[in-house]
Design a protein around this ligand. Structure first.
Ligand SMILES: Cc1cc2nc3c(=O)[nH]c(=O)nc-3n(C[C@H](O)[C@H](O)[C@H](O)COP(=O)(O)O)c2cc1C
Length: 196
């Protein structure tokens, strides 16, 4: 691949500099194996993985996809093999490719985001963590995290006040308007003061 003649480097948080700001959208390139035959993963700024949860999950029953006149609708239900399988089988392969990996994590409860993120500590190739807050919060009647400012903040709260080598980011939900969306989420007052 030809080396770009302009500096495309992009900072990611305080400690990481990417060679360029291009990343895949979570899940659109699976965990990289599908994209790998077409483009070297090391040429991307980052690859954002398919969302991974702390445990294996079978996802929704079929049908999961529908064609519409203006595009495709899908509702997969976060099918996946869980974080242990991801760390053992997907990450080592991604690191071998020289990929900078932004790992999308999710959970049905706030603590599960932290659980998945904790398993990524010190893993090779991981440059950041994306909290997929576009999923239902079981502890709040299944309301999507991103639809509530406090619930949006909670998955990243453990990282919000201290500099960490892994950069947290969030991915919101199409069900939130740009005004109500919290990407990146701001700490609601009560969460910031810890009075919840
Ligand atoms: C096949 C497929 C799998 C996806 N998997 C995930 C996923 O695991 N986690 C996630 O946060 N978003 C996932 N998405 C949503 C994409 O990251 C993206 O937000 C969505 O495609 C909308 O972007 P677009 O309007 O540019 O297509 C997936 C999308 C597709 C088409």
């Amino acid at each position: 691949m030809t080396k770009p003649s302009i500096d495309m480097s992009a900072p990611l948080g305080a400690t990481v500099t990417l060679p360029n700001p291009v990343s895949t959208a979570s899940g659109c390139a699976g965990n990289g194996r599908e994209l790998h035959p077409f483009v070297p993963l090391s040429a991307l700024g980052t690859i954002t993985t398919k969302t991974v949860m702390p445990y294996a999950r079978s996802g929704r029953a079929t049908p999961r996809m529908a064609e519409t006149p203006s595009g495709m609708l899908n509702s997969i239900g976060l099918q996946g093999s869980g974080i242990d399988h991801f760390v053992a089988h997907e990450l080592p392969w991604l690191a071998e490719q020289g990929a900078r990996v932004l790992v999308s994590v999710a959970g049905e409860r706030t603590e599960e985001f932290a659980e998945a993120a904790a398993r990524l500590k010190g893993q090779p190739g991981v440059v950041g963590i994306e909290a997929n807050i576009s999923c239902p919060n079981v502890a709040d009647r299944g309301l999507v995290f991103a639809c509530d400012p406090a619930a949006s903040y909670e998955p990243i709260a453990p990282y919000a006040r201290r500099p960490i080598p892994r950069t947290p980011s969030t991915r919101s939900s199409p069900r939130t308007s740009p005004r109500s969306s919290t990407s990146p989420p701001r700490a609601p007052r009560r969460a910031r003061t810890g009075s919840r």
